[in-house]
Design a protein around this ligand. Structure first.
Ligand SMILES: [Zn+2]
Length: 122
């Protein structure tokens, strides 16, 4: 579990580097959009969230609750999940395509290939 949720975490940097290498133009943390997406690709009307498995409760092995204060964490993380869903809904209503990359997938997958598949193969 990560103790601090930063704005410039390693998974985010990985994605940004890959997007840049592919020539995909993006903006960071647009405050005017629900959930302040990590990356926004205006040309594709697409937003991308790089989600930490714990904070966003991916359901994988990295998202297990701590042994202490379980009640607190459960309530807190459930609120996160509800807020995530409502942000994704709001974005979709504004005709944004919402893409999510999970921390655990980033560790083992070819990020550039994933981005290519999403943006450049149509
Ligand atoms: Zn995960």
């Amino acid at each position: 579990m990560r103790a601090v949720r930063g704005r410039h975490t390693k998974p985010e940097l990985t994605v940004r580097r890959a997007a840049h290498a592919l020539g995909l133009r993006y903006r960071l943390f647009r405050d005017d959009l629900p959930g302040r997406p990590d990356l926004t690709f205006p040309k594709w009307r697409t937003v991308l969230f790089v989600n930490g498995c714990f904070w966003h409760q991916h359901g994988c092995s990295r998202s297990k609750l701590p042994k202490t204060n379980r009640k607190f964490w459960k309530a807190k993380l459930q609120r996160n999940a509800v807020r995530d869903r409502s942000n994704y809904d709001l974005l979709a209503q504004q005709n944004w395509r919402v893409l999510i990359l999970w921390e655990c997938e980033l560790a083992k997958s070819d990020v550039a290939g994933t981005l290519k598949g999403w943006f450049l193969s149509r």
